[in-house]
Design a protein around this ligand. Sequence first.
Ligand code: HEM
Length: 240
Amino acid sequence: MPDASTLLEVTLRWMHFVAGITWIGLLYFFNLVNVPLMKALDGPTKGKVIPILMPKALWWFRHAAWATVLVGWIYYAFLIVPGDPAGDTHHVVVVQLVVSLLAWAAIYALLSPLKGALNKGPVLAVIIGVVALVQAILIAKLTGGEGHSSRAVSIGVGGGMGIVMMLNVWGIIWRSQKKIIAWTAENAAKGTPIPPESAMLARRAFLASRTNAWLSLPMLFFMATASHGATIVGPWFGAR
Ligand code: HEM
């Protein structure tokens, strides 16, 4: 029988994969399939489809999001970081959380007004891209360097993006979609007019979901480089 720590590592890794595939799979469904579908449907059909499709899809989506991040974070904080050859590095866990919360606060502020240039997709893409880059550089600088393992820094950077993505799900997407689904169901059932605010919430949820779809690419890159790419990312982080 494998020893307890190997069993724990494999179990955490398996749970992380199952939750991560469920979350990112639905994220790509929403962005690549559901957005064009909703554009093609007329009002009455949307009124039938949304109250059935979205509650179920968003239930799995938002719960897979926190499960992926929680299991990944436990793996990172209790297995990867303590194994970092640079010795006592518990501060890196705090650095990842604080820098990621600040990055999310910036993204939340950018997606709030939805006016003028801050309602143009390409403009927001560039600004949010800079925020994500600054987040990655700060985490790499504050947790990397001589003696640190690129495995720990990779997950520090990739996991930080995962935390921002999870906060987008619970802090923007689900809060907006919850209201839109209720209004759409009420409108289909009783003909109650859908409030004009619904369009702004749908736009904000769409932009946050697009942000997550793009962030998932570098996030998965750093997940993969953790145990397979030290020679690639090690030099970036000044780590081994
Ligand atoms: C956004 C969602 C995420 C997805 C889809 C995801 C996916 C993955 C995948 C596929 C791997 C395996 C890589 C490999 O073995 O090649 C992995 C590894 C890992 N992930 Fe994530 N991850 C996510 C977020 C996070 C977060 C937020 C953290 C922690 C803060 C985290 C911590 C870890 C750790 C510690 C490993 C193991 C690395 C190793 O053994 O070297 N992940 N993740």
